[in-house]
Design a protein around this ligand. Structure first.
Ligand SMILES: [Zn+2]
Length: 452
């Protein structure tokens, strides 16, 4: 344990570690007071007294950062009303079910998703919550509480929808709020939960859901509020051809023009999906410093398309990784997402796209999307957020390159996870979580969403 007692922990002699090019980390890492104090080269030993964790069975990664999710959707996985559909029909099938969401449902769904993410090596999770039926006014507070209880670093996305079917949008009237209510709650949530300081455990982003569920006015007012409050902006964009067509029909422009008109072409913005951009649009996003969260698993499940990660990065866009909501994944495993990013990347490009690209997206790329320079990399001064995997399972037997093995052989579960210097997963189990009880409670909650 190393959570502020002043004594250092030497994570000694890892099997391998994902560190910046040219850094020798064969000796391991020194962690003190929640921060990486030193990276230790082969043959070196920390001078001061310290505790030791023997990592000789472990591959050490910077903690993975999940930049797009909808935790509540864990309650509607593999739902017969929605499987085998593409985005708009999938949403129309699920919106009426999601309108039933209660505080207790959201609490257990959040706990389950955070636990799953953590077990896959995630140390910082960003959740986009945009469903606020009557009675769920404290959704962000519920999520903040669950993350704090598990020790997870979180970005709470105060999502919103105010454009329903009666006004030409996609969602039913039962799941939208009015703009004044939304903006007032955004301010409340920022005031209560947003910590702008380096090392923050909880931050807030403002996150209108999508062009087809939010009015142009709310997009613009949200961008202005984020500017005044110094927090990030997030939304779904360019996920499907249907969405591009909706923008052209409703707003008379393509999605990136819409972003520009509403004040969203800024470096505080990161977008989920970002699939259907042309070259000129990618250049504009890069110049503005906008990030894109690539969600390969969800994009494959919903047959949405292939994100042009290589062109986006060449244009200067930060590319991060996300699992997306659990009704279009249908799990919360970011290591699996890393593997899928490699696979779909190979299909989009060629074999020069490697496991190191996919791991980079899930770590430093995701950190850039969230506007954070304190996480995502193993280096002195960064937060001690780490994911340690062993190669002891059958699936790894015969593997040679340890980092490649994690991705190519399909690592699914971290053996150890450290967040801000505290172990939150030990021996493959989340600290302080009764998995059987969690599964039971979540299954009970999911029954409320059974029929459609
Ligand atoms: Zn999403």
């Amino acid at each position: 344990m190393n959570d502020g007692n002043g004594r250092a922990l030497w994570i000694r002699h890892p099997l391998a570690a994902l560190v910046p090019d040219g850094v020798d980390a064969r000796g391991g890492l020194l962690v003190r007071d929640g921060v990486i104090e030193a990276v230790i080269a082969a043959g070196e030993t920390p001078a001061e007294p310290h505790d030791v964790f023997d990592a000789s069975r472990h591959v050490v990664l910077p903690g993975l950062i999940n930049t797009h999710h909808h935790f509540y959707q864990t309650l509607t996985r593999a739902h017969p009303a929605a499987i085998n559909r593409e985005l708009f029909d999938w949403l129309k099938a699920l919106y009426p079910l999601w309108a039933r969401l209660t505080p207790d449902h959201l609490r257990i769904a959040t706990r389950l998703a955070l636990t799953e993410l953590m077990l896959s090596g995630v140390t910082c999770a960003s959740d986009h919550h945009y469903v606020f039926p009557d009675g769920l006014d404290e959704a962000m507070d519920i999520q903040a509480g669950e993350a704090a209880a598990l020790g997870m670093r979180i970005v709470l996305n105060r999502g919103s929808m105010n454009l329903s079917v009666r006004d030409g949008g996609l969602p039913p009237d039962s799941v939208v709020q009015d703009a004044d209510t939304i903006l007032a709650d955004c301010e409340r949530v920022i005031g209560r939960h947003h910590d702008p300081a380096p090392g923050a455990m909880t931050q807030v982003a403002l996150a209108p859901c999508s062009p087809f569920s939010v009015t142009r006015e709310l997009m613009a007012e949200t961008a202005a509020l984020a500017g005044r409050c110094g927090c990030a902006l997030h939304t779904h964009l360019a996920e499907t051809f249907d969405e591009n067509a909706f923008c052209e029909a409703t707003y008379g422009c393509r999605p990136v023009d819409y972003l520009e008109e509403t004040g969203w072409l800024t470096d505080r913005t990161w977008l989920a999906h970002g699939i259907h951009f042309n070259d000129e649009e990618m250049a504009r996003l890069g110049r503005a410093g906008v990030g894109v969260c690539h969600c390969p698993t969800s994009n494959m499940v919903l047959a949405s398309g292939q994100c042009r990660t290589r062109e986006l990065e060449a244009a200067g866009v930060a590319v991060g990784l996300g699992v997306d909501g659990s009704a279009s994944n249908d799990s919360s495993n970011l290591m699996e997402g890393v593997r899928h990013a490699l696979m779909i990347g190979r299909l989009t490009y060629d074999a020069s796209l490697t496991h190191l690209d996919a791991l980079r997206w899930a770590t430093e790329g995701s950190a850039r999307c969230l506007g954070r320079s304190d996480i995502g990399t193993i280096a002195p001064g960064r937060q001690a957020d780490l994911a340690l995997f062993t190669l002891d399972e059958l699936r790894f037997s015969g593997a040679h390159d340890p980092l490649a093995a994690l991705v190519l052989c399909g690592a699914h579960r971290a053996d150890r996870v450290m967040i801000a210097g505290r172990w939150t997963v030990e021996d493959g189990a989340p600290v302080g979580v009764d998995i059987a009880a969690l599964r039971h409670a979540h299954g009970q909650a999911a029954r409320a969403f059974m029929d459609g």
